[in-house]
Design a protein around this ligand. Sequence first.
Ligand SMILES: Nc1nc2c(ncn2[C@@H]2O[C@H](COP(=O)(O)OP(=O)(O)OP(=O)(O)O)[C@@H](O)[C@H]2O)c(=O)[nH]1
Length: 338
Amino acid sequence: MPHDLATPLTVLVVDDQAASRVAIAALLDAAGHRVIEADAPEWAVELFRRHAPDLVLLDVEMPGQDGYWVAREMRAAESGGWTPIVFLSSRGDELDLWSGIEAGGDDYLIKPVSPMVLKAKLLAMSRLSRMQQRLVQLSDELQAANQRLRHLSDTDALTGLLNRRGFDARLRTDLAVARRTQQPLTLLLCDLDEFKAYNDHFGHVDGDACLRRVAELLRGCCLRPSDSASRYGGEEFALILPAMPRSGAMTFARGLLRTLETLALPHPASRVAPHVTLSGGITTCVPDDTTTAEGLLTRADEALYAAKARGRRRLFSFEMQVDAVDVQREARVAVGGA
Ligand SMILES: Nc1nc2c(ncn2[C@@H]2O[C@H](COP(=O)(O)OP(=O)(O)OP(=O)(O)O)[C@@H](O)[C@H]2O)c(=O)[nH]1
């Protein structure tokens, strides 16, 4: 918390000798600061953790661990923070001063400390502390801004799904995980059918809205946290489904098609169906050292091409060389021959 000159500080005074501790505490108290006292090294570290003081006045010579040890422990405990530590010692040679600064101290005072010197040090330290807090705040803000930027650069503005860049990164990561765990990985590339006709019929604004609806549907199909939906290109989408084997992928594909059929977004200009449909290619593998993201994409793309060639409104598996279509539609076709 930033302090102006009038703001009282919380000061931790560490000294095993009661007389000198009480004398310093009285000076601080008179100046309006809040004082916490510790008479032993371990207790000092504990109080530092509990109260996060604004400043530490730390005696060097104490029984057991010395003040240098306490300073090192405090620095280790504040993970990136910086609390001013001023050593107090009756020893005044240069080596003592050097050891204090090296242990993480910021200043070194010789006891007995004059009230005026102590007041001046408190002022200087609180000024430094304010600057340091501002730096930490700026660095946090910068980190948050970077995170937002990273998110934006991986997100498709129209649909909110991962964009091509986000997809590429995700596929590389998921592929590496699947290779390491020897789990299957399914990639599904899909493309809306007759979407040019949709745009021509309804206009681009409605075309955009349609892309958003389909994107929502695909996002909804990603049930596990590790599943991801991306907008691969204009009216092309990609789903990465880790730990999904071939048979599971076919069931998933049928479910996806059924959901889209149920949504029944009107598409009167389509020659495939009176509503929006899609075609897709599926590839599933347990990756080895030779499996690449490009290889998976090529297979999914080839399967997508096959789905288009076989009449659209279906998902074709590269490995199984079969279609998945909506089962209800199959039943309707069988009964009505439509
Ligand atoms: N509204 C809108 N349309 C887009 C967007 N991106 C791509 N498209 C359109 O999607 C259409 C894709 O057309 P084609 O590649 O010919 O494919 P298609 O008409 O769907 O035909 P098939 O895929 O063979 O069934 C083009 O008319 C693009 O303009 C977009 O962001 N918004």
